[in-house]
Design a protein around this ligand. Sequence first.
Ligand SMILES: Nc1ncnc2c1ncn2[C@@H]1O[C@H](COP(=O)(O)OP(=O)(O)O)[C@@H](O)[C@H]1O
Ligand SMILES: [Mg+2]
Length: 327
Amino acid sequence: MDDETFIFGSFRLIPAQRVLLDDGKPLRLGSRALDILITLVEHAGETISREQLIAHTWPDTVVEEGALRVHVAALRKALGDGGRAGRRYVANNPGRGYAFVAPVTREHVPSAAAAPTGVAEVGNLPAPFTRIVGRDNVIVALAAQLARRRFLTIVGPGGIGKTTVAVAVADRVRASYKDGAWFVGLAPLSDPELVPSALVTALGIPPSGANPVQGLTGWLRDKHILIVLDNSEHVIDAAAALAEAVLKAAPHAGILATSREPLRAEGEWLHRLAPLELPPEAKASRRWWRFVVGSMACLWRSNSRRRASIHLASVGWPHGSMTGLGF
Ligand SMILES: Nc1ncnc2c1ncn2[C@@H]1O[C@H](COP(=O)(O)OP(=O)(O)O)[C@@H](O)[C@H]1O
Ligand SMILES: [Mg+2]
């Protein structure tokens, strides 16, 4: 069977497989943003009203225009719309709707050849930090643990590298979760009651009325999915309750949390992240020094002595030796 493929810029969109490739590599895009893209590209050049787009994207739910705006913004960001090289893909025609404005070529390719990896990478994981120093062993070990334990919390003080390690671990294992790896940043939440809704929003599933946890667990029941709950300490009890509910309802789900404190939840396995301890020869390496000096310059510019101090602690710099760096 052939799959219709739409080609624009460096992208190939294969709606039947729900795959978007950029230069042949699968691009991470939330499922609603992908629905919006498919609708727009299938009608390239036409303005699609907001009501039509909402009806295509959320066929069973009533959602507000704000939700559409959020997902269109995510789509534009993923495509680099209006960014480098001034490429334009999705235009907003005020009062009328959205239109896909880039030239599109259609192609029919055999299904087997369409997705080079065979499996679309699903999820919304941030791109892992490319130059992670001194954490290879812990990343490999935690990836192996996660497959066995299902619920892992990386614990440590702010700035020690918990999020960096969690994203790298999730990136390493995500191919083994067919429904993807999903990152939920809990830092902006001040109200613990919003924790389940944050997961609903990240997953792009329709909100389910009064009891979001019930809707979530129902939806997750048969999913092979990894959920990263980042910065759980602000809303620790709610994050713990959600993790327990998800793991109970969804036998193939995994939870990777980061927190300054343990969640103290059932089934939780803790990893206390140690400060980086580098051998003297590694400390002298150019890469390490570039990391320290580059990061210090960045933090110096942001004029934050506290963050700089935390950051230096994370790379094993002795406390109280800030003066030598001009602080
Ligand atoms: N192993 C590492 N290699 C390079 N940079 C790192 C490493 N660990 C942390 N960082 C950098 O230090 C800062 C703080 O790390 P982060 O993972 O956000 O810490 P936490 O989540 O514990 O607060 C970030 O800018 C991150 O990119
Ligand atoms: Mg963090």
